[in-house]
Design a protein around this ligand. Structure first.
Ligand SMILES: NC(=O)c1ccc[n+]([C@@H]2O[C@H](COP(=O)([O-])OP(=O)(O)OC[C@H]3O[C@@H](n4cnc5c(N)ncnc54)[C@H](O)[C@@H]3O)[C@@H](O)[C@H]2O)c1
Ligand SMILES: O=P(O)(O)OC[C@H](O)CO
Length: 328
């Protein structure tokens, strides 16, 4: 498989960071932005300050205003924008190519995972999922990061992981695409909950309990949807859940803190909050849990708070008064 050139489509924080990591891995990289004017500005300043302020871009990274085809394609727009983005791309340019899905969310309306969206729009693309504990600023600055890269063919996934691996960016090859996708999407929902616990000043013990019970709930969801609970012991599960549920650097955690302080979702969004994928994913995850018959009280709680149908005090009282049961 030829794996020399990379296009990263989506010039936000994560797309810019993955373009930077791919260049550090020795690939020739095109960062595909929305238009030529944006691309020219990035190429002349050697920065993408709108996405990653102050970060100098690698010399092997060029920006472009349109996607024209490369050996590897990485999609890095928000989960709710992936279908729209793909509708603008000729599926022949993706046919037989590794297409790496890096957004962490489930699609509103269809309840689709990102790889399901890809295969609906470009049926001959070869889907891979990249997920794990990784803040864009860390990856772009060359701070040590490890992630999971899941694909359907073990040899090809290892080859792709090697092509994207650099001195400070370490993708571990895996085969459970479903488990990795669900983990990446759900950790954002639990990060909202953990931020809310913090915002409502419920204490570090409550947050730790939430992470542990969230992990158990995530395992029920992954298993019901055809993935492996074992995947959750890795970077995309435990790794990312830990990072996002304990760090105020996380945008989902920050959004949760605002919810926990009693601010309604609409107001937080209107005040210019950064992208928090869990906000759109929570109702989708709740709908999926219902359709798969999974008991998911934490996802339901986040869904209710995000929708303004409940408040933290009521949610906590409800969770604490559930019938006592055995842990496993
Ligand atoms: N930022 C991180 O640390 C990080 C880390 C891992 C994964 N992710 C995931 O990456 C995804 C993107 O996050 P981000 O941090 O880059 O968000 P962001 O808000 O920084 O950037 C999103 C970018 O997508 C672009 N975009 C939106 N719709 C588009 C469309 N239809 N066509 C072309 N471009 C479009 C926007 O212009 C923007 O540049 C999310 O799913 C997020 O969960 C982010
Ligand atoms: O800032 P967040 O909450 O979108 O999290 C970023 C990454 O997903 C962390 O792995």
């Amino acid at each position: 498989m030829q794996l020399e050139t990379v296009s990263v489509i989506g010039g936000g924080a994560w797309g810019t960071a993955l373009a930077q990591a791919s260049a550090m891995a020795g690939r020739a990289v095109t960062l595909v932005l929305r238009n030529e004017a944006q691309a020219q500005a990035v190429n002349s300043s050697r920065r993408n300050d709108a996405a990653l302020p102050g970060q100098e871009l690698h010399p092997e990274l060029e920006a472009a205003g349109a996607f024209t085809g490369t050996d590897i394609v990485i999609l890095a727009v928000p989960a709710q924008a992936t279908r729209t983005l793909l509708s603008t791309i000729d599926p022949n340019l993706l046919a037989g190519r590794p297409v790496v899905l890096s957004a962490k969310g489930l699609e509103t309306g269809t309840l689709a995972r990102q790889s399901e969206v890809l295969l609906a729009m470009a049926p001959d693309a070869i889907p891979y999922v990249l997920s794990g504990p990784s803040f864009a600023a860390d990856v772009a600055a060359g701070r040590p990061t490890a992630v999971t890269l899941a694909g359907d063919d073990a040899n090809s996934t290892s080859e792709l992981a090697a092509a994207l691996a650099g001195p400070t960016f370490r993708p571990y090859a895996a085969d459970d695409r479903i488990g990795v996708e669900i983990a990446g999407a759900l950790k954002n929902v639990y990060a909202l909950a953990c931020g809310a616990v913090d915002g409502a000043q419920l204490g570090a013990s409550a947050r730790a309990a939430l992470i542990a019970r969230g992990y158990a709930e995530m395992a029920r969801m992954v298993t019901a949807m055809g993935g492996s609970a074992h995947t959750l012991t890795g970077l995309a599960g435990l790794g990312d859940l830990t990072l996002t549920c304990t760090s105020t650097q996380s945008r989902n955690y920050q959004f949760g803190m605002a919810l926990g302080a009693g601010r309604p979702t609409a107001e937080i969004l209107q005040s210019g909050a950064k992208l928090a994928e869990g906000v759109a994913t929570a109702p989708v995850a709740a709908a999926l849990a219902r359709s798969f018959g999974v008991d998911a009280p934490l996802i339901d709680a986040v869904d209710a708070v995000v929708a303004g149908q409940s408040d933290i005090a009521t949610i906590v009282a409800g969770l604490m008064s559930r019938p006592l049961k055995r842990e496993h």
